[in-house]
Design a protein around this ligand. Structure first.
Ligand code: MRU
Length: 358
């Protein structure tokens, strides 16, 4: 299946070339396909904050490249580059708080610097590490797609209706996608009748990005408002809700795009299976449970305005952009290390003790 998945890859959102980080500007999709070039760590941190690039694995990969750009400038400036680089670590770490992949990637870069041997070129070493992070995410996507498809097929081996939330595809990762990677692979395997895509308020990752990615590949997709999900589960014979994750804690609780929690509650009520697909770089064994996950709140403007045009009354706004789904509402967590069904602390510990495949 790997070869068929690779052949199906169409969209790319992150390119490292000509000494810069090229990002497909996701704020402008699907109406315009423009690329933004970042040439400094601060520019990458801004691009993450402003959602030029978004999705947990994609922001981790971008942060790693951002650090390479930071180091290049620090080396050119002379002086103590290690001390100066701390400011770049900090600005990248401050860009968004919830997706742990960002911190995972920065830690991995820091560890690699810590293992620098005398005579090694730090810039070449960090660049190679960032590329390795990017490549391994791509490989992890392919492995997860295969695991996810096996799980879907185990329960029903014929075309079925799936529901997804936010965007977890090529735009959100270094490769094929996490939840959307499973869905795309399921389509290639003849297991998809129709994909129901939540529009995903307020940033519209579903309508602007997921629908665009799926339609572009000929995967049958139908867009719905987030609030239609319960009605869909009741009336459209949906077999699986399949979503990504921004952080998974040691007990299997999952932070993902706001609205995921209510989908899990609704799925449980309707007997619809609930699958979370995320690489092990999304798992934070340092947090006991989801209560400890920092939840990003974004500007009220995102709810009061559309395309810069005010449409709501001037009132207080509460705009958390992630929520936490408790482990006991989840049927399966699919990672590149394997699948955990009915997650709990013991199973998560066992999963994380397995060797990394990529
Ligand atoms: O705010 P976003 O668009 O960065 O949120 C993205 C999500 O919540 C995704 O579901 C998650 O990062 C997984 S992406 C493979």
């Amino acid at each position: 299946m790997r070869e068929r998945l690779l052949a199906a890859e169409k969209v790319k959102s992150i390119e490292w070339r000509d000494g810069g980080l090229h990002l497909l500007d996701q704020r402008k999709l699907p109406m315009q396909e423009c690329w933004l070039v970042c040439d400094s760590a601060v520019a990458v941190a801004d691009a993450i904050r402003q959602m030029v690039v978004r999705g947990a694995p994609a922001i981790g990969i971008s942060a790693a490249y951002g650090l390479v750009l930071g180091l290049k400038a620090r080396l050119a400036a002379g002086g103590d580059w290690r001390e100066a680089l701390e400011a770049d670590f900090q600005s990248l770490a401050d860009s968004r708080p919830t997706a742990v992949n960002l911190f995972w990637a920065l830690n991995r870069m820091r560890e690699r610097l810590g293992r620098l041997k005398p005579g090694e070129d730090p810039l070449a070493v960090l660049e190679a590490e960032a590329i390795a992070i990017h490549d391994s995410d791509r490989e992890a996507n392919l492995t997860m797609a295969q695991f996810g498809v096996e799980l879907i097929r185990k329960h029903k081996a014929s075309p079925q209706n799936l529901l997804t939330h936010c965007n977890t595809g090529a735009l959100a990762t270094g490769g094929f996608g996490t939840a959307l990677g499973v869905i795309r692979a399921a389509h290639l395997e003849g297991l998809v009748e129709l994909v129901h895509a939540d529009e995903t308020r307020p940033w519209l990752q579903g309508s602007r990005l997921t629908a665009w990615e799926l339609a572009g590949e000929g995967v049958p997709v139908s867009l719905n408002t987030d609030s239609a999900a319960a009605h869909l589960m009741k009336t459209k014979a949906i077999t699986w809700v399949i979503v990504g994750a921004d952080r998974i804690t040691a007990n299997g609780d999952v932070a993902n795009k706001i609205g995921t929690y209510q989908l899990a509650v609704t799925a449980m009520h309707h007997g619809v299976r609930f699958m979370v697909v995320a690489p092990s770089s999304t798992i934070d064994m340092g947090l006991e449970n989801g209560d400890d996950i920092p939840i990003e709140e974004r500007a009220g403007q995102e709810l009061l305005e559309f395309n810069g045009q005010r449409f709501a009354a001037e009132v207080e706004v509460f705009n958390p952009v992630f929520d936490v789904t408790p482990a006991d509402l989840i049927d399966a967590i699919v990672t590149e290390k394997g699948v955990v069904e009915r997650p709990n602390a013991e199973k998560m510990t066992e999963l994380m003790s397995r060797k990394r495949l990529h």
